[in-house]
Write a protein that binds this ligand. Structure first.
Ligand code: FMN
Length: 192
C-alpha cells in the first residue's frame, strides 16, 4: 500500500479546477504536517491555506511551473489548482534543520494522494509578491514552499532513466507527462 501511495504521489500540474478542495480538507492535511518529525522538535513551520477562487488566482500568479517544459507557461484557466498550502518558516523559532519543510511537505503530499487529490511542490516562487498577496508579516515569517493541490487532470508515467542519465521530465504528443527515475541498482549503493 505504501509503495502504491508513493508511486501515485507524482507531481501533477494540470487539475480539474472545478473540483474543489475545502478548508476542512486542507486543515486535515496541515494536521499531517503538524505531526511530522522535525529537528530538535522546534516546530518552526507555520501554514497558510488558500482555496477561494479569488485567492487561488492571486497565489497562482506568484508561481513558476515545470522549468523543463520550455513552451508551457503553466496550467491554463480551468486546469489550475483548487487550493494551496503555503509552508512558512517562523523566524522567531531558531532552527538550523531546513530539511523539516521537506518532511512536513511529503506527509501532506501523501495524505493528499490518499484523499484523492494530487499536487505539486513549488519552490520557484515570487516570494515578495506572494508575501503581499498573503498579507504576511515578513519580519516574522519567510515563505518556504507552496504545495498546489487539486484533482489531477493529467497522466504521469514513471520511466526508467536512460543510460545518458537525462533527468529531465517531458510531455508526449498526448500530453502525458513522463518522469525518469534512477534505478534501484544505481541508488542503492550497498547492502552491508
Ligand atoms: C523541493 C521541490 C521543489 C520543487 N519546485 C518546483 C517548482 O517550483 N515548479 C514545478 O513545476 N515543480 C517543482 N517541483 C516538482 C519537481 O519538478 C518534481 O518533483 C520532479 O520533476 C519529479 O517528479 P515527481 O514529483 O513526479 O517524482 C519541486 C519539487 C520539489 C521536491
Amino acid at each position: 500500500m505504501m509503495l502504491d501511495l508513493v508511486r501515485k504521489s507524482r507531481s501533477y500540474r494540470r487539475f480539474y479546477e472545478e473540483k474543489h478542495i475545502t478548508n476542512d480538507q486542507l486543515s486535515a492535511l496541515v494536521e499531517l504536517g503538524r505531526l511530522s518529525p522535525c529537528g530538535g522538535n522546534k516546530q518552526y513551520i507555520k501554514y497558510v491555506t488558500v482555496c477561494s477562487e479569488e485567492m487561488n488566482e492571486k497565489v497562482y500568479g506568484c508561481l513558476a511551473w515545470a522549468g523543463y517544459l520550455k513552451e508551457w507557461d503553466g496550467p491554463v484557466k480551468g486546469e489550475r489548482p483548487a487550493g494551496y498550502i503555503i509552508l512558512l518558516r517562523d523566524k522567531n523559532i531558531q532552527s538550523a534543520m531546513s530539511v523539516d519543510e521537506g518532511i512536513s511537505a511529503q506527509s501532506i503530499f501523501l495524505g493528499a494522494t490518499e484523499m484523492g487529490f494530487g499536487g505539486c511542490f513549488l519552490m520557484n516562487i515570487q516570494r515578495e509578491k506572494l508575501a503581499e498577496v498573503l498579507e504576511l508579516d515578513t519580519e516574522h515569517f519567510a515563505i518556504s514552499m507552496v504545495i498546489a493541490l487539486g484533482v489531477p487532470k493529467e497522466e504521469v508515467v514513471i520511466e526508467p532513466m536512460a543510460s545518458d542519465g537525462d533527468f529531465k521530465y517531458w510531455r508526449d504528443e498526448k500530453q502525458v507527462h513522463h518522469v525518469p527515475k534512477r534505478s534501484q541498482e544505481e541508488v542503492l549503493l550497498k547492502q552491508i
